[in-house]
Design a protein around this ligand. Structure first.
Ligand code: NAP
Length: 275
């Protein structure tokens, strides 16, 4: 990276962010394409959100990613949101178009793209998504859009249907809902580094077909207790790294208009220095 007077700034905001891998990923994308962007992480909480959006306009920050706990709270400070972000009520990518801030959500399509890379065929199959937060809704909508029949297991399922093909079910019904599902996604923080809670009961894994994919959106640790138990049962286990890289590639494209090559995405996914 060669920082000059013409370097454009990209950023991640949220709290905490010091552990984030997004700077390495985005700066690698920029370098690989010979572009002049620098991606930094800023620890911003809800209190600083309004001031950050004003600063982003003032300083001409080209775009920024939004992570926990701001994905929903950022929306009132934006000028517009995309259909995907509006439907799932969460924004992970903001593009600054000459002072107009537009919110997008690349979590769903990034997740689906990472599964496509594994050769997964979506149409007509069942999926069970654990959780009903921003990431869960984005993933559920993307899977439903691709023809899957999706249930989102929630502790508070008294919410409306999310969209055609995606609806809530009770957390306590996870075992019966898992039956016949070739795809189970953990979109809760259970098992994440720094979170003092994990799954109390993993018996729902026994209800899954033997060729199922267990996809945990968590990437720290790389192998959660859920993934370890899935592997122990001979199921296919995927951690949150492919999702992280694929949603970042879509965000980078929105920020810059340039698509990271397949080669740089593959290199990142196998980079043991980062992952
Ligand atoms: P969020 O909006 O806070 O949603 C979390 C969801 O988990 C909520 O539905 C919450 O239910 C549920 N939950 C929390 N604790 C639970 C428990 N003990 N039992 C049952 N459900 C519980 O968070 P998010 O932004 O969607 O993120 C969810 C996870 O995905 C996080 O681990 C995050 O790191 C990961 N993620 C990874 C990537 C990636 O690139 N790999 C991208 C985005 C997110 P309630 O509403 O009932 O509290």
């Amino acid at each position: 990276m060669n920082i000059t007077g013409a370097t454009r700034v990209l950023a991640l905001i949220g709290s905490p962010v010091s552990h984030s891998l997004s700077p390495q990923i985005h700066n690698r994308f920029s370098d690989s394409l010979g572009l002049n962007y620098a991606y930094l992480a800023f620890d911003i909480t809800h209190d600083g959100l309004k001031r950050f959006t004003e600063a982003a306009r003032l300083m001409g920050i080209a775009g920024f990613n939004v992570t926990m706990p701001l994905k929903e709270r950022i929306i009132p400070y934006l000028d517009a949101v995309s259909d995907a972000a509006g439907l799932c009520g969460a924004v992970n990518t903001v593009v600054n178009k000459a002072g107009t801030l537009i919110g997008h959500n690349t979590d769903g399509d990034g997740f689906a793209r990472s599964l496509e890379r594994e050769g997964f065929v979506f149409n007509g199959k069942k999926a069970l998504v654990l959780g009903a937060g921003g990431a869960a809704r984005a993933v559920a909508l993307a899977l439903a859009k691709r023809g899957m029949s999706v249930r989102m297991a929630s502790r508070s399922p008294d919410k409306e249907v999310v969209a055609e093909g995606a609806e809530y079910c009770n957390w306590s019904d996870t075992g019966s809902e898992a039956e016949g599902c070739p795809l189970l996604v953990n979109a809760t923080p259970l098992g994440m580094h720094g979170v003092n809670e994990d799954f109390a009961d993993l018996s729902f894994l026994d209800a899954l077909p033997s060729d199922s994919i267990i996809y945990d959106l968590i990437y720290s640790p790389r192998e959660t207790a859920l993934l370890k138990a899935a592997k122990g049962r001979g199921l296919r286990a995927i951690n949150g790294v492919p999702h992280l890289v694929c949603q970042a590639a879509l965000s980078f494209e929105l920020f810059t208009g340039h698509t990271p090559s397949e080669r740089v995405v593959s290199d990142l996914l196998t980079d043991t220095d980062i992952f």
